[in-house]
Design a protein around this ligand. Structure first.
Ligand code: PGA
Length: 274
């Protein structure tokens, strides 16, 4: 926990946040699946099943996004062209075209009808040494192609233990959002690194406190337009915790890894919003 509070105190704090009117977005909640390096051609059955589930059930105020590997964006986009499911990418290049072996540009994602791009996921920061500066350039590229960008931020366990969480998040946000960023085409995913794929989740109190901090930071940069930026929580989200997390103040959805890979888990998550 970021602050040590009892369960009763936690509930009381959440009520206080609501009473003093801290922001709850009016935007649709975004439930986004990040497939990471998983998925093959055979997984078109997932997207067909998910489309069918969504057309048979009336989801309340929810937008559904699936970000498969690049290799499936084209197929998934065409399979969902008549469904409300959006398809996005997990990364893009900071350049538009040229001699950058192995890279995929935002315009290529757009060409395959991708609508979103996740940028700055902690796995890219850790395994590919992505800096806030590079992430900033990637966001600018993605937005240039009208891709809605999901900027991921999050502290490591050591940041948290050393009480550096807010400093790290503040710096990631400030340094990644330089230049002509359009807040109307931006969402943020708060993903504590220690919560990703571990089954560990911060307390609701901590999540709300950090999301309020992020919202205030965005408000300083974008003023009232910050209200259009959804702040998602990510890290070990599943069908048991999605309802309580997504009802917190300034939490406007979730970025889901492991639980977004199985159609049964995804349906159980979405059932909470029927
Ligand atoms: P997880 O991953 O849901 O498996 O923890 C979330 C993410 O990395 O986006």
């Amino acid at each position: 926990m970021y602050l040590l509070v009892t369960k009763t105190q936690e509930i009381a704090y959440i009520k206080i946040f609501k009473i003093i009117g801290l922001n709850k977005m009016t935007n649709k909640l975004l439930i986004a699946g990040n497939w990471k390096m998983n998925g093959n051609k055979k997984d078109i059955s997932f997207i067909k099943g998910l489309s069918k589930f969504i057309s048979n059930n009336k989801l309340k105020n929810i937008e559904v996004l699936i970000c498969p590997p690049f290799t499936l964006i084209d197929k998934f986009s065409s399979l969902t062209s008549r469904s409300p499911i959006n398809i996005g990418a997990q990364d893009c290049s900071s350049n538009d075209s040229g001699a950058y072996t192995g890279e995929i540009s935002a315009s290529m994602i757009k060409d395959f009808n991708g609508k979103y791009c996740i940028i700055g996921h902690s796995e890219r920061r850790i395994y590919h040494n992505e800096t806030n500066n590079l992430i900033n350039n990637k966001i600018l590229q993605a937005q240039e192609e009208n891709l809605r960008t999901i900027l991921c931020v999050g502290e490591t366990l050591s940041d948290r233990k050393n009480k550096r969480t807010l400093r790290v998040l503040g710096n990631q946000i400030k340094s990644s959002l330089k230049g002509k960023i359009n807040p109307n085409q931006l969402d943020i995913a708060y993903e504590p690194v220690w919560a990703i794929g571990t089954g560990l989740v911060p307390s609701n109190y901590d999540i709300e406190e950090i999301h309020n901090f992020i919202f205030n930071k965005l408000k300083k940069i974008y003023g009232n337009r910050a209200k259009n930026i959804r702040i998602l929580y990510g890290g070990s989200v599943n069908s048991n915790n999605i309802s309580s997390i997504s009802s917190l103040n300034n939490v406007s959805g979730a970025l889901i890894g492991g639980a977004s890979l199985k159609i049964g888990d995804m349906k159980s998550i979405l059932k909470q919003f029927i």
